[in-house]
Design a protein around this ligand. Structure first.
Ligand SMILES: *Cc1c(COP(=O)(O)O)cnc(C)c1O
Length: 355
């Protein structure tokens, strides 16, 4: 830390992104990216768009927002595109939390929530998941705080039904409820329709998981007009051109190809069920996932050890250090071929372990 660094950030522990190794060619099952490349139409549109890169992007992302409004069944004033959904989550922490309005989220969830809270000096409280790692929606009713829930949750993969989200939203009329739907396309049910009924609900989605654009950085926020106006105030006070030209075009074209991505999601879900079955046969405990990853453990080998052994064999998964989940690994669902290799290597490791 330099002597110039503001004291208000001195104690900040930044978010640790998953490994993006540059040396070895790993089978990458550690950051929940899609194993499928974007379709040729998206690639082509971006190639054309970069020829106009001397011009600023459209700060309103008009074409993207219009297309998204058709697909998600909302009007154009209820959508805000951002630089990844991380950005809209950041805006939400800035906009709807402060010293007098703390934030609450599950103890096991997306690691960025506590980082944002610390960054903005917002007091936060975590609610322990139940022993089966599920969220009890009643823990968030009448919260008297801003509520942030990933649904489906990460890294557990478990999902709440929309009616339970609605109970949370309904019981917190004086606070905003943020539902992070990064994984909703893999079997969850979106609560976007609830934004027509409640003025305290913000739903976020991302193009990083189901839409093969993690490297393009694109997220969407959905909320009633007044909440979006607040978020826009922060956007225009930070970076009006937060979504670059190529990314806005990639996102627009991707939405025009929605069927391609939804078909890919089906394949991922099939591969997930296959992998879950195979792991169960090998004696793993596998949480029922509605996402593009599995959260798994076995008594035969520690979580960290399995992660390390898989890495030696060229397969990267995600292991967490926090006490409650250190025996688990989060395994992204890739292609069938990738999952076969993962399963094969896992079998080898268990066999070596038994010797
Ligand atoms: C991946 C992820 C995000 C962020 O995605 P972006 O790449 O920033 O759009 C947000 N929330 C959860 C739970 C995620 O897993």
């Amino acid at each position: 830390m330099s002597k110039y660094f503001s004291k208000k950030y001195a104690l900040l522990t930044p978010y640790t992104p998953g490994e993006q190794p540059k040396d070895t060619q790993y089978i990458k099952l550690n950051t929940n990216e899609s194993p499928f490349a974007p379709p040729p139409s998206v690639v082509q549109a971006v190639e054309t768009e970069i020829k106009r890169a001397q011009l600023y992007s459209d700060p309103e992302c008009t074409a993207l927002v219009k297309k998204a409004s058709e697909i998600f069944g909302v009007n154009t004033k209820q959508i805000l595109p951002t630089n990844g959904s991380d950005e809209i989550l950041n805006f939400a922490f800035m906009a709807f939390c402060d010293k007098d309005t703390p934030v609450v989220f599950p103890d096991i969830s997306y690691g960025f929530y506590s980082v944002f809270a610390n960054l903005h000096g917002i007091p936060y409280k975590t609610v322990p998941l139940k022993s089966d790692f599920s969220i009890d929606y009643r823990d968030y009713m009448h919260a008297n705080a801003t509520v942030v829930i990933a649904n489906p949750n990460a890294p557990t993969g478990l999902c709440l039904p929309v009616w339970q989200i609605e109970e949370i939203v309904k019981s917190n009329p004086n606070n905003v409820v943020v539902i992070d739907e990064a994984y909703v396309d893999f079997g969850g049910e979106s609560c976007i329709p609830l934004i027509h009924k409640y003025d305290n609900l913000l739903v976020t989605q991302t193009f990083s998981k189901s839409r093969s654009l993690a490297g393009a950085r694109l997220g969407l926020g959905f909320a009633c007009e007044s909440l979006l106006a607040d978020l826009n105030t922060l956007k225009y006070s930070t970076n009006p051109y937060n979504v670059n030209r190529m990314t806005a075009m990639a996102g627009y074209t991707a939405l025009c190809e929605n069927a391609y991505f939804m078909d890919n999601c089906k394949v991922i879900c099939e591969n997930r069920e296959y992998t879950a079955n195979e792991l169960t046969k090998l004696g793993f405990e596998v949480l029922p996932s509605k996402t593009n990853f599995l959260f798994v453990k076995t008594d035969e080998i520690g979580g960290r050890k399995l992660y390390e052994e898989l890495k030696k064999k060229g397969v990267l998964v995600r292991n967490f250090t926090s006490e409650r989940i250190k025996d688990y690994n989060r395994v992204t669902i890739g292609t069938k071929e990738e999952m076969e290799i993962f399963l094969q290597k896992t079998k080898e490791i268990l066999k070596e372990q038994r010797q």
